[in-house]
Design a protein around this ligand. Structure first.
Ligand code: KG4
Length: 335
């Protein structure tokens, strides 16, 4: 089944043509350069740029896939969660297209599609498995019991891991999206130079909290500046990265042991982090677990992953009418 998939939840307008786990095309028009001027995504600008880009991106996706509009058998779209105005552009475009072509409209949850990015590269990956989902807006440990069945074991109580990277990087003077630069320039040397807390949470053993870490980094920067001391940015970057990885890895493996999972997938924008990948790999080797993560090109927001999830939503009967609406927040196990 040839699915045309659309993603517009944040600052990337993307359209892909996907057939099962095969990606026939995946066009991404990114707005990063424009949002960088403001140090983060400006929702109103994001919506406008999606509106301007979506038709051309869609035409290009069809061209690169070598198909016509009449060859499309279903239209899939990210409908939640995300920036509401940005989501609405994709949802309304998808509704119009599905209606005019007379094909089913498949609503796809953004976090489910991040997990599905793994299906594109790992044809052998099938549920059940445990997933660490880390992006700019979400940090979740979930059991993927089936392609469309999820059980949340833990999540962040405040900031997401990506947000923690982006905000601390910004305080160090790095450009948006800071997580990417922070990872590039981090220089591992002396982690004791900038002591950072490891938050202990009461309640769920699998929850996270990143706001204390973020504040601690900001305090380190302010203290240094008040004393006229220059911050060693690459070392502070490495220390933040180390501490975020400590938290993500500790909870993930605790959950895997407790619930008996030997297959672990990492997904979301932060799954591109080089140290997270290295340490997850090392830990999985040690314990005899199988690790999956998406290729770098499918870690960030893209429509190919939407198409990869859409086929399973379709088979599960998750099809919308033209009353489909966008939703800014929605848990992964909504259905
Ligand atoms: O999944 P994503 O593209 O967008 C959301 O759906 O949120 O994630 C974007 C996040 C940003 O916070 C960005 O800084 C972070 O992923 N990110 C990274 C790296 N690459 C992207 N964080 C740390 N290290 C990276 N290499």
């Amino acid at each position: 089944m040839k699915i045309l998939a659309i993603e517009s939840s944040c600052d990337e307008t993307s359209v892909a043509v996907v057939e099962e786990r095969e990606v026939l095309s995946n066009i991404i028009s990114t707005q990063i350069a424009e949002h960088r001027i403001y140090g983060g995504v400006v929702p109103e600008i994001a919506s406008r740029r999606h509106t301007e880009a979506i038709s051309a991106v869609c035409d290009e996706a069809l061209k690169q896939a070598g198909i016509e509009y009449s060859d499309i058998e279903a239209v899939a779209v990210t409908f939640a969660p995300g920036l509401i105005g940005a989501l609405l552009v994709g949802v309304n475009f998808a509704k119009g297209l599905a209606l005019s072509l007379g094909v089913p409209l498949i609503p796809v949850h953004h976090l489910r599609s991040h997990i599905a990015a793994n299906y594109i590269a790992h044809k052998d990956l099938e549920p059940p498995f445990l997933c660490l989902l880390v992006s700019g807006g979400n940090t979740v440990i979930a059991e993927v019991t089936d392609y469309t069945k999820f059980k949340i074991l833990g999540g962040t109580r405040d900031d997401a891991a990506g947000e923690c990277f982006d905000k601390t990087a910004r305080c160090m003077g790095l450009e948006y999206p800071g997580g990417v630069t922070l990872d590039k320039i981090a220089t591992v040397s002396d982690f004791s130079k900038y002591p950072l807390p490891f938050p202990k949470l009461s309640g769920s053993e699998y929850d996270f909290s990143f706001s204390g870490l973020k504040t601690a980094v900001i305090n380190q920067i302010h203290n240094a500046s008040q004393k006229g001391i220059e911050i060693d940015v690459p070392v502070l970057c490495a220390t933040v990265r180390e501490r975020v990885c400590d938290m993500l890895i500790a909870n993930t493996f605790r959950a895997a042991e407790e619930f008996g999972y030997k297959k672990i997938a990492v997904a979301g924008g932060v799954s591109a982090n080089s140290e997270l990948r290295r340490r997850m790999h090392e830990e999985c080797e040690k314990r005899g677990f199988k690790l999956y993560y998406p290729p770098l090109k499918y870690c960030g927001d893209n429509a190919a992953m939407v198409g990869a999830q859409a086929i399973y939503e379709y088979r599960d009967g998750n099809i919308s009418g033209s009353d489909l609406n966008a939703t800014a927040t929605l848990p992964i196990d909504y259905r």
